[in-house]
Design a protein. Structure first.
Length: 176
């Protein structure tokens, strides 16, 4: 019987922090304090919390809201359908909205989130993902800001999960 492959840390806690800080440096000059950061739940909450704090350290006191969209359930592959479980609570009419998510793979959730905030009257929609994974097909949109180009592996930690577990790891780990 073969031994299971040990998890491999691809981005440690210091690396995660460096990615977030670099993104905040790029984003702070192109938004103002009227902007609203919209976190895609549930995986994006770790990244959104860290990024909004990093933006605050750079003088940007953005509003905060969340959208709960689901396409994976507890599976490892997208079902291809985006379910909206909870919508925005804030008025975004006339504002810049910065949509934040943990990982960009199919692009379906990010596209749906952009459609939702545009329909709610956002003046400008910017998208930001902590990690972007390679994808074999063209995607509906590309994020405006990408922190880390991730490999095409099964990743957990920093919001990424395996059937709802391991999101709280402070680093990014490959389980394959």
């Amino acid at each position: 019987m073969a031994d299971p492959v040990a998890p491999e840390t691809l981005l440690d806690e210091d690396g995660v922090r460096a990615v977030v800080d670099a993104l905040a440096d790029r984003i702070a000059p192109v938004i103002d304090d009227e902007a609203v950061a919209v976190c895609l739940l549930t995986g994006g909450i770790w990244f959104a919390a860290d990024l909004t704090r990093a933006l605050a350290r750079r003088g940007r006191m953005v509003g905060f809201d969340a959208l709960w969209l689901a396409s994976y359930g507890d599976g490892k592959t997208s079902r291809g359908v985006i379910e909206e479980r909870a919508g925005l609570q804030r008025d975004v009419t006339g504002k810049t909205v910065l949509i934040l998510d943990d990982v960009f793979d199919t692009g379906l959730s990010l596209k749906r989130a952009a459609e939702i905030v545009e329909a709610r009257g956002a003046a400008r929609v910017l998208t930001c993902v902590f990690a972007s994974k390679p994808w074999p097909e063209p995607r509906a949109l590309e994020p405006d800001f990408v922190g880390w180009q991730a490999p095409a592996r099964y990743l957990v930690g920093y919001g990424l999960d395996s059937a709802g577990r391991m999101r709280g790891l402070p680093s990014i780990v490959a389980l394959d």
